[in-house]
Write a protein that binds this ligand. Structure first.
Ligand code: HEM
Length: 160
């Protein structure tokens, strides 16, 4: 019963989290990039990113907590870093990457970078937004890889 509850919460949280990320990446970021005024461009993105990062931190913790409860309930933690546990290991490693991004890099590196952009009008803002765009699509991609790995864990056993 607890396992099923964790599974449902895990899945719903992932939908909200990755759906939100895809929205920011495919709608908000292009809107910011197309905004001609540099100040408006940075402000639009900064406001959305800061708000979303806070929510994403909560989603990250819930996804991780429910995932770890499930693997300990089922005893699957023993398959981590083994051949049979490749999808679980992939999902966990991508989660760790997100954890570091959201709790380590975003509040310090990204936040600082956006604040510096507002202070220094001579910065190559278009170049930075190009890199932000690439980084966001990369994060959407690896999140979809994690979701696919999750489907393997839940429904498609790997037999070597
Ligand atoms: C980026 C982070 C993660 C994403 C996007 C993600 C996504 C998913 C998805 C889409 C499923 C499939 C659910 C289904 O088909 O019904 C799933 C299942 C699962 N996830 Fe994750 N997950 C993440 C992190 C984790 C972590 C950190 C763990 C634990 C260490 C974990 C453990 C599990 C387990 C055990 C299942 C299978 C549940 C079952 O067999 O009933 N996940 N995940």
């Amino acid at each position: 019963m607890l396992f099923y509850a964790m599974h449902i919460i895990h899945l719903l949280t992932v939908i909200l989290w990755i759906g939100g990320l895809a929205f920011v990446t495919s709608i908000v970021l292009p809107m910011a990039i197309k905004t001609p005024d540099a100040l408006q461009k940075v402000l639009l993105f900064q406001r959305v990113e800061h708000r979303f990062a806070k929510v994403a931190r909560t989603y990250n913790v819930i996804t991780g907590a429910t995932g770890f409860v499930m693997i300990f309930l089922a005893g699957w933690h023993r398959t981590l870093f083994t051949r049979a546990g490749i999808p679980l290991t992939v999902m966990t490693m991508i989660w760790v990457f997100w954890f570091v991004m959201l709790w380590g890099l975003e509040p310090f590196v990204i936040k600082k970078m956006l604040t510096n952009m507002l202070k220094d009008p001579k910065m190559d803002i278009d170049g930075i937004f190009k890199r932000l765009n690439t980084m966001h699509w990369f994060m959407v991609f690896i999140s979809l890889v994690a979701a696919t790995a999750g489907v393997f864990v839940a429904h498609i056993p790997i037999v070597f």
